[in-house]
Design a protein around this ligand. Structure first.
Ligand code: ADP
Ligand code: MG
Length: 230
């Protein structure tokens, strides 16, 4: 029911879009996310960074800025001593981009080990003909360039989700190509299923993307999310 509260909060602020403030929605459905918190002042950002222990990622949190990197709204590998400056810089960039943007704060997030992982994308779009379509493919820049994606109508079964991880052209990358360790494809399939359950439970979700879902040898982590509700 936490999920319902989150979705209702977006209506209260008279909007239809949600960004990383919707991470809890994923938590509620058992989809693992990196440790992190959204804060609205630099001192709190530093506190979270210190708890995380190590370099962090900092992201602008605003329903008006759902493509955060495009405006320099994602800082990767921030050291504790740079957290204050990074915080101010993110807010400044957001305001320069859109002076009246609704800025909810800054997310301070644990770093995920991309060197040993594969960035994938799991998404959903409601098709007028087929209904909720689950999508899976490689994440990052590959999504647009290769159009290497696969679709199933939600709710997807365990075996359908498993098929999805096997039938993209890049499937060998998930299973340990070029001397890399294979990543947790069962975790990917489980995430597809859990997300499919979420969008089945909430027809008000019109579209939703986890991009990237980082697949690691020992699990998966949903690093970014955005969705639209009606
Ligand atoms: P957006 O898609 O809005 O630009 P993301 O949160 O997806 O913002 O971040 C952009 C990119 O930054 C990701 O695709 C990933 O490569 C990198 N990144 C984001 N968060 C992390 C993280 N916690 N650990 C490592 N890399 C990250
Ligand atoms: Mg993203």
């Amino acid at each position: 029911e936490r999920a319902r509260e989150i979705l209702e909060s977006v209506k209260e602020r008279d909007d239809t879009r949600l960004g990383v403030e919707a991470m809890e929605l994923l938590d509620a459905y058992g989809i693992e996310t990196p440790h992190g918190e959204i804060v609205d002042d630099p001192a709190d950002a530093l506190e979270v960074a210190e708890e995380i222990d190590g370099n962090v990622v900092m992201k602008i949190v605003s329903p008006d800025i759902l493509h955060k990197s495009d405006i320099g709204g994602v800082k990767v590998g921030v050291e504790n001593e740079d957290v204050f400056d990074a915080y101010e810089d993110l807010i400044t960039r957001a305001k320069n981009y859109q002076p009246d943007a609704n800025i909810l704060g800054v997310q301070v997030q644990e770093m995920v080990d991309l060197d040993n992982g594969v960035e994938t994308i799991v998404g959903m779009n409601r098709d007028p003909q087929f209904g909720p379509l689950m999508m899976f493919g490689l994440g990052g820049i590959f999504v647009e360039i290769l159009e290497d994606t696969t679709f199933r109508v939600a709710p997807v079964s365990e075996s359908e989700a498993d098929e999805m991880t096997k039938e993209i052209d890049a499937a060998p990358m998930l299973r340990g190509a070029r001397g890399n360790d294979p990543v947790d494809t069962e975790g990917i399939a489980e995430t597809i299923q859990r997300l499919s359950q979420l969008v089945t439970d909430f027809p008000a979700i019109l579209e939703l993307d986890i991009n990237p879902l980082v697949a690691l040898p020992d699990g998966v982590k949903a690093v970014d999310v955005r969705l639209t509700v009606d």
